[in-house]
Design a protein around this ligand. Structure first.
Ligand SMILES: [Fe+2]
Ligand SMILES: [Fe+2]
Length: 520
């Protein structure tokens, strides 16, 4: 409760420029993300109207005119203390004084983020939607060309609510999974990046809760409560999706998670950004802008790990780098194999009649729907999907509409491959012949056509006994995990880095790498 009251008075991250150490723009991070072309997420056409600035004088910062809807405002203000309680009990467990964080201050193309040292519990979580395009139309399905919906169509109410709840559930789940990582942060720079991801995942929960409250009445409010009651790994009330119930035990897992699993989130948000339900589309569009930083953390985190490993591998000519304070390349590959395969499961089965009806209804589009050159109805189209039959991997032809999960997964896999190439440049630069690779899509799968099959990383179908014999070479073993954990020694002095990871080339927002991004 106190935190809520404080939020009302302190200007928080948003408005308080006075004590800010850095510049106002988000250049450091945006540029970092820009440098990786794969991270540019579909930025909508620039709005014609003025860029809406977020109102920070409100208890709940927002750019949706919350003050003009007293009922909604009151409902959200009564949810806010529950969110803050959740953050206090399941958010980051390391006590800190303040953290150098960015907060959105406007949703426009430039200058949307402000940086300041903020006590984390006073972060200004709020509701930010991208600008409304008054001419926006439904871009696919049977309502193609109709004006985008500003209210929820009654017939799609249950489906839309489900989509929001599943998306919303993943956001706080990852904060819960990562809550103890601060204790073993390899540097203050990395710790700050972790916390930035955490506060933004908290804000993404706000994004979905706003839609539930604003458009789904009592059911929506109930769902918003449930989003705080389910918890990652809770045996009685777990999070909805399997990958969000695993604890993120070490920083290599965290970087792999932000690279592979957050990227699944990026692709799911990308399909919802196309939705005919305009408030959802605008919400997701803004979330994607924040998400770019999460991708940056994963891409560069693994890259810096590989950089250190490559240097020591070159020097000592052995994969056994434990005693040299680094992670063997073979173990990095295993972590990669694991996180990629569990993330593929998040896309669901290759074929799904639900996904076909979401598409036809105009609720959930394809990745970059508006840029695709086809009829956006897909009625007669077909697609090849994988199957395992008579001891071999082959394909079968299905109606395209039912295969949109696979369509999305294929886009995702292509994107994942870009990061692998980037990491391999570190090995190349060190003059090493070794390379990291993405495993076959059938490897270690629990969902879809490959579930229950024994597929090697190179795509061979094996008998289960052989798979069991070889899998310790492909997936992290308990011993691998404990040896990685043993390297995770905290480094809390500004400019210091753990032995297993190289420092970044540049700091956040043009600040030096040695800046004290977190204060205790
Ligand atoms: Fe998120
Ligand atoms: Fe994220």
């Amino acid at each position: 409760m106190t935190a809520t009251a404080d939020q009302g008075q302190t200007a928080g991250a948003g408005a308080s420029q006075g004590q800010t150490a850095g510049a106002v723009t988000g250049r450091g991070e945006i540029r970092g993300a820009d440098a990786d072309q794969g991270e540019i997420v579909g930025i909508a056409p620039a709005p014609d109207g003025p860029v809406s600035v977020i109102d920070y004088s409100e208890l709940i910062p927002n750019n949706v005119g919350l003050a003009t809807d007293r009922r909604l405002q009151r409902a959200l203000e009564s949810w806010q203390p529950k969110f803050l309680d959740w953050w206090a009990s399941l958010g980051p467990s390391v006590p800190t004084r303040d953290v150098y964080l960015r907060t959105a201050i406007a949703v426009g193309r430039d200058g949307w983020a402000n940086f300041a040292r903020v006590p984390m519990e006073q972060y200004r979580w709020g509701i930010f939607l991208s600008e409304r395009d008054p001419d926006r139309r439904v871009g696919f399905g049977r309502h193609l060309g109709e004006p985008a919906w500003q209210e929820v169509p009654g017939e799609y109410r249950a489906d839309l609510r489900r989509l929001l709840v599943v998306q919303g559930d993943t956001e706080p789940a990852s904060v819960e999974q990562q809550r103890h990582l601060g204790m073993t942060a390899p540097s203050l720079y990395d710790m700050r990046n972790l916390f930035q991801v955490n506060v933004e995942e908290g804000r993404h929960l706000w994004a979905m809760v706003y839609l539930l409250h604003a458009y789904f009445g009592r059911d929506g409010r109930d769902e918003a409560e449930q989003l705080l009651q389910r918890n990652s790994g809770d045996p009685d009330k777990p999070r909805i999706l399997g990958a969000f119930n695993e604890e993120t035990t070490d920083w290599l897992s965290f970087f792999m998670f932000t690279y592979f699993t957050d990227r699944d989130g990026k692709y799911q948000l990308g399909t919802l950004k196309e939705s005919g339900f305009d408030p959802l589309a605008r919400t997701c569009e803004f979330m994607l802008r924040e998400e770019a930083h999460h991708m940056f953390v994963g891409t560069t985190g693994v890259q810096r790990t590989v950089e250190r490993t490559a240097a020591l591998l070159k020097e000592h000519d052995t994969d056994d780098l434990w005693d040299h304070g680094a992670i063997p390349l073979s173990v990095i590959q295993k972590y990669l194999n694991f996180q990629f395969s569990v993330s593929l499961d998040l896309f669901g089965s290759e074929t799904s009649s639900n996904v076909a009806s979401y598409y036809t209804a105009g609720l959930k589009g394809r990745w970059m729907e508006t840029r695709r050159k086809d009829d956006h109805l897909l009625a007669g189209g077909t697609m090849e999907v994988p199957q395992v039959q008579e001891g071999a991997i082959s394909t079968r032809t299905v109606p395209l509409l039912t295969a949109l999960n696979l369509d999305l997964r294929n886009e995702y896999m292509e994107d994942c491959a870009r990061g692998i190439r980037r990491w391999n440049r570190e090995l190349d630069r060190a003059g090493l012949p070794q390379r990291l690779t993405l495993p076959h899509e059938g490897f270690n799968r629990k969902v879809g056509a490959f579930a229950g099959q024994s597929v090697s990383p190179s795509g061979e179908l094996l008998d289960p006994a052989e798979w069991a014999r070889l899998s310790a070479g492909w997936l992290p073993t308990a011993e691998d995990r404990s040896r990685v954990a043993a390297l995770m020694l905290p480094h809390y002095e500004p400019g210091e880095f753990a032995s297993w990871i190289a420092p970044p080339g540049v700091g956040i927002n043009d600040l030096p790498v040695e800046y004290d991004y977190v204060r205790f």
